[in-house]
Write a protein that binds this ligand. Sequence first.
Ligand code: HEC
Length: 137
Amino acid sequence: MIRYTATCALLMALAGGAQAFGPGQAPANNPLASDRAAAGKGEELFGRNCQQCHNSRGKGGKGPQLVKGAWGPGGANSDGQMYELIAHGRPGTQMGGFSTSLKDEEIWQIIAFLREEALRVKAAEKLVQDDDEIPYY
Ligand code: HEC
């Protein structure tokens, strides 16, 4: 019992001492969502860490695209899922985890960038679609 209490106290101390959004307690939604400056930093980080596989602006290359469909606006994949994938990777694939090379805040900055890019891609697609609907005479 004493040991159990001590473990609990230790875990609580660790959790309390962790950063604002520490490991294992990723919020479901990006705490930096709609923070333009964060998205700007994320763009830079994406270019340095992810682009070589996911192509420019996450449009997909060696690794899958990260801005449309389930990753698009209103898509099924949450910020929390994206965070987990970036932090811990997908074992057995080329997608390694970044939890040791990037800070939590930097991972959320990348997510802010990708979500903003997803909105931009959707808006651009809609423009093309609307344009297609203009009849030619
Ligand atoms: C060495 C190449 C490589 C790098 C670098 C890389 N990825 Fe990936 N990533 C992949 C591959 C390959 C997959 C698909 C894994 C699989 O087979 O399921 C993937 C999967 C993902 C997925 C899940 C996509 C899905 O639809 O299943 C996310 C999200 C992701 N990567 C984000 C990132 C981010 C953000 C970075 C930069 C911090 C990054 N990746 C860096 C290769 C890479």
